[in-house]
Design a protein around this ligand. Sequence first.
Ligand code: ZN
Length: 317
Amino acid sequence: MVSKIALEEHFLSPGLVEDWLPTVTGVPQAKADQLLQQLMDFGDRRLEAMDKAGIERAILSISGPGVQAERDTAAAIRKAQAANDFLALEIRERPDRYSGLAHLALQDANAAADELERCVRDLKFHGAMINGHTNGQYLDDRALDPFWERVEELGALVYLHPADPVVPAPVLDGHRALRRATWEWGFETGSHALRLVFGGVFDRFPKAKLVLGHMGETLPYLLWRFDSRAELYGVKLAKPPSQYIKENIWVTISGMYSVDPLYCAITALGPERVMFAADYPFESSEEAAAFMDSTPLDEELRADIARNNAEKLLGLT
Ligand code: ZN
């Protein structure tokens, strides 16, 4: 079994349970209860799942939407700080197995930047996980430039995680099974990442590092088309869109344990841009690990995707 670092592993702190509960509406009660227990456990149960999957280190992040759905900005700032302090204490118990990504209240760009700095400098987190839009505001909004400025300054990474759209797209009406993880989240999150590219965020902050789950939310498959249409429509960027996707974006295999998109991501973005994630507890860590361990790959590349690329990106060496 190849040794792994897993980048999209979730937890909940006591103060954010209420914000999370709407995400399991419609999920059978027994399953929702089980997920909640798993999210709040940092002990034997989580460590056993990691051991069985060969995960030496889990990079932990709040299960969304967290404070990003909070309407009261002061409350959002306070709750995010509490969640980060809670995680820091858990990491202190097992620093050999756990690392963290900050939870931020992007309702206030300067407060989010300051909290990111506190989390990176004092709590030794690696960056932040952002759960999609914050009350309808996307990350390319110019009001968030102070946040990106600090991201760049700190060398922190930003993991953009799926969330429900502001309004469901009419094309999905009457097809509940196409909502959320089936298709809706991929479109929402891929579109959000493209707003950053086409909105010039990586021109303004060329050293910003963005991570996407799910093999890149379909972007690696579409690079040619982005470049072709950006040119046709006269998009004003310093480079073709695909260049930013190759230079500023990394992807993980979270929730996409399938060989064809893996090969596409490796070929389109480069072998150093693809990393492992199990998306615990929403996916089976064992299934993720079995895929990582058994997919036909050069052994050196397998070790890079499973572990070494993340070690390098996170500066764990
Ligand atoms: Zn996730």
